[in-house]
Design a protein around this ligand. Structure first.
Ligand SMILES: [Zn+2]
Length: 367
C-alpha cells in the first residue's frame, strides 16, 4: 500500500481533538500521528488525503433499543408514544434486532433489551458489536410479584455475566424510568447492579409529563396509570424526577441518565455532584415534543454528556452522526458534537481506545 498522509479538520489525539493534524497511513496501519506540517517535514512528498471533519476512534451511540428494530418513527405526544411502544411490544426481540443491526451507524453502542432473554444471550455471546446491553427492568407490581421479578432478574444476570467475552458486549442493567418502577423495585434493581458491578442506564427527566407526575401526581402519566388500573400512590409527590432518584439513593450508583431534558439548575447540580453522566438523544426529544436539554447548563456544571439515537421508534435512523448533524444545524460547533459522540465511551464505562501509531486503518473512523 502506498504511503499517504490522512488529514481531517479535527484529529483525535489522546482524548483531545486537534486541528491541523494528520496521520501517516502505510501498510494497513497508522505509522505516525502529529501536526501536519511536522509530518510533511518528516515524510516529504507524500500525497494528502482529506478525510473530512473527523479522524479518530469509532464514535459511540450511547443509547438505543435494538429490540425495537426498525419500528416506524413516531412523532407526537409522549404519553401516546408510550401506548405506541406498548401496542408494538410483541414485535420486540432478537428478530427485530437482527433487522436493525445492518442499519447501525456505529458498532460501539449502549442498547436496552426488554423482555427477550435470547436477544441478551446472543448479544453477549455472538454479536459483532461492542458496548453494553442493558437488561430492562420495570414493574408496578404488588409486593409478591415484585419479589418474584427480582429473584428471576438476579438469576438471569448471574447467567448472563458468564457470557461476557473480550471484545464483545458487556452486561448492564436498566431500571426503565423513575415512574415505571415502584420505589422498592428501583432500589432492588440498583442494588443488583452494584453487587455485580453492572453499568446502569435510566431514562430520566424526559418529558413534561414526567415532571408533572412527580410534582403533583397529575397529567398524562397519572391518567395512563388510572386507565390501566394501577394504584395512584405508587410514588411520592412534590419532587422533580432527579430529586426523586437522588432521595432514593439511585444516583449514588452513578447511573447514566438518558434524556435529562426537563431539569432545573439544582437538578443538574445534583447530577454533577453524583458524577452521573448524561446521554442526550435530541432528535427523539424533538419527535416526542419533550424539548431539548440545556447543554449549556450541563457543561457549566461539568456533567459528561454523550449522544445516542434512542430507538428507531422515536428517531429516523440509528446513526449517531445524524444526532450530530442535527446539533450542528442548531448552531453547535463540530468540536462540541464530536466530544459528545466520543463521550459515549465514558457513559458506557468503556476505556477510550488508543489511537495513533499502530492503530489498524480498519479501526480508524473518518467522517
Ligand atoms: Zn430510550
Amino acid at each position: 500500500m502506498k504511503r499517504s498522509l490522512w488529514t481531517a479538520k479535527l484529529v483525535y489525539d489522546d482524548g483531545a481533538l486537534r486541528s491541523g493534524w494528520a496521520l501517516l497511513a502505510a501498510d494497513g496501519a497508522a505509522q505516525d500521528l502529529g501536526p501536519l506540517a511536522e509530518l510533511q517535514r518528516r515524510y516529504p512528498g507524500l500525497p494528502l488525503q482529506d478525510k473530512g471533519v473527523y479522524l479518530g476512534p469509532p464514535l459511540v451511540n450511547a443509547h438505543t433499543h435494538l429490540d425495537l428494530g426498525l419500528l416506524p418513527t413516531f412523532k407526537g405526544d409522549f404519553s401516546e408514544f408510550l401506548e405506541y411502544v406498548i401496542s408494538n411490544s410483541g414485535l420486540r426481540g432478537l428478530a427485530a434486532a437482527r433487522q436493525a443491526i445492518p442499519h447501525l451507524g456505529q458498532r460501539v453502542l449502549g442498547s436496552i433489551a426488554s423482555n427477550d432473554e435470547a436477544l441478551v444471550s446472543w448479544l453477549l455471546s455472538e454479536a459483532e458489536l461492542e458496548g453494553v446491553v442493558y437488561w430492562e427492568v420495570l414493574g408496578l407490581l404488588p409486593k409478591q410479584g415484585e419479589r418474584e421479578l427480582i429473584a428471576r432478574t438476579a438469576a438471569l444476570l448471574h447467567r448472563w455475566k458468564a457470557l461476557e467475552r473480550p471484545g464483545g458486549m458487556r452486561l448492564g442493567l436498566s431500571p426503565h424510568a423513575p415512574y415505571s418502577l415502584t420505589p422498592s423495585l428501583m432500589r432492588a434493581t440498583v442494588e443488583m447492579a452494584l453487587e455485580l458491578d453492572l453499568p446502569l442506564q435510566i431514562h430520566a427527566a424526559e418529558s413534561p409529563a414526567e415532571v408533572e407526575y412527580f410534582a403533583r401526581r397529575s397529567g398524562p402519566i397519572a391518567k395512563f396509570y388510572d386507565k390501566h388500573g394501577l394504584p395512584a400512590n405508587l410514588h411520592p409527590t412534590g419532587l422533580s424526577p432527579i430529586e426523586y432518584l437522588a432521595e432514593l439513593g439511585v444516583l449514588d450508583a452513578r447511573p447514566t441518565l438518558v434524556h435529562g431534558v426537563q431539569v432545573s439548575e439544582n437538578d443538574v447540580r445534583t447530577i454533577a455532584a453524583s458524577a452521573s453522566t448524561l446521554v442526550s438523544c435530541p432528535r427523539s426529544n424533538v419527535n416526542l415534543q419533550a424539548g431539548l436539554p440545556s447543554y449549556d447548563l450541563y457543561r457549566r456544571h461539568g456533567v459528561t454528556v454523550a449522544l445516542g439515537t434512542d430507538s428507531h421508534a422515536s428517531a429516523e435512523s440509528l446513526d449517531v452522526r445524524d444526532e450530530a448533524y442535527f446539533l450542528l444545524e442548531a448552531g453547535f460547533s463540530e468540536v462540541e458534537v464530536l466530544r459528545m459522540a466520543l463521550a459515549g465511551y465514558d457513559a458506557l464505562r468503556l476505556p477510550r481506545p488508543g489511537f495513533g501509531k499502530g492503530t489498524p486503518l480498519g479501526q480508524v473512523e473518518f467522517w
